[in-house]
Write a protein that binds this ligand. Structure first.
Ligand code: DGL
Length: 277
């Protein structure tokens, strides 16, 4: 595959708006780089889709970002990280361009758990796709054998965010429902992973319905730290990331729909371009 060889922006991909919560933290920590964000809003949510479809959509998105000059792409989406990352790393990169890299969000989130939990009982709130993949369970068992993990699907949370209903009184019912459910299943949980990048947009409500002694773990800062560490350890990749402090937004939905909510979530004006994958 002939992707552009000159240095380019860091690609950040999500099914929709959720990856903006990761991009915000990455830019706070590493403002000097250029970023290219892609939200596949027209086909979100991914969380209820089959393994093959999430893989196919994610592969298309990654290739699009490579074609637009990115050498490094962050899957700022747990569902894509759970269902597509490994296959892309093992089967796509070796055939297309072994020097490009795709990183996910699950590993950096799991690594911190040793510091946040004293009961060693962890709860995962995530999309049905991420839960069914058991990617978090497998990663936790590898790094922290003996930790207890309870996985809770929250199928209504992404639609609440994608439709802009995240702050409505109607959202309370579904936010409380899944939190009650996971804490009833294991009352010893002292750390709840927000294992979907859309969920920080529901953070105020999630806090409201979670007991104060339970840590809530959004992923943005963890992923930003881990990217910074990655770039420090891989100077040849760092040299291929341009430093112009710009950010560009692509969406598969209409910009009229994407821009207002994206601006709200990012905390600064967003002007996107529509593309098809
Ligand atoms: N934001 C994504 C995640 O972290 C995907 C949500 C979805 O499209 O269902 O899982």
């Amino acid at each position: 595959m002939n992707y552009p060889s000159h240095p380019g922006p860091i690609g950040v991909f999500d099914s929709g708006y959720g990856g903006l919560t990761i991009l915000r933290e990455i830019r706070n920590l590493l403002p000097q780089y250029d970023y290219l964000y892609l939200g596949d809003n027209a086909r979100a949510p991914y969380g209820t889709r089959s393994f093959d479809i999430v893989y196919e959509f994610t592969r298309q998105a990654v290739e699009e970002l490579f074609n637009r000059g990115c050498h490094l792409v962050i899957l700022a989406c747990n569902t894509a990280s759970a269902k597509a990352l490994r296959s892309i790393q093992m089967h796509v990169l070796p055939l297309t361009d072994p020097d490009r890299r795709v990183l996910g969000v699950i590993r950096p989130t799991v690594e911190i758990l040793g510091k946040t939990s004293s009961t060693r009982h962890i709860g995962l709130l995530a999309t049905p796709g991420t839960v069914k993949s058991h990617s978090y369970r497998m990663e936790i068992e590898k790094i922290y054998p003996g930790m207890e993990i309870t996985e809770q699907e929250c199928p209504m949370w992404v639609p609440l965010v994608e439709t802009g209903e995240f702050d409505s009184p109607g959202a309370d019912y579904f936010v409380k429902k899944y939190i009650d459910c996971i804490l009833n299943t294991d009352p010893e949980i002292d750390t709840l992973i927000l294992g979907c990048t859309h969920y920080p947009l529901l953070l105020d409500k999630i806090r409201q319905f979670t007991p104060a002694n339970v840590n809530i773990l959004p992923q943005g800062e963890l992923v930003a730290e881990s990217l910074s560490d990655y770039l420090r350890r891989h100077p040849s990749m760092e040299e291929r990331c341009t430093r112009g402090a710009t950010v560009e937004f692509l969406t598969t939905e209409s910009p009229e729909k994407f821009d207002p909510l994206a601006s709200l979530f990012l905390g600064s004006p967003v002007s996107s371009t529509r593309i098809t994958l």
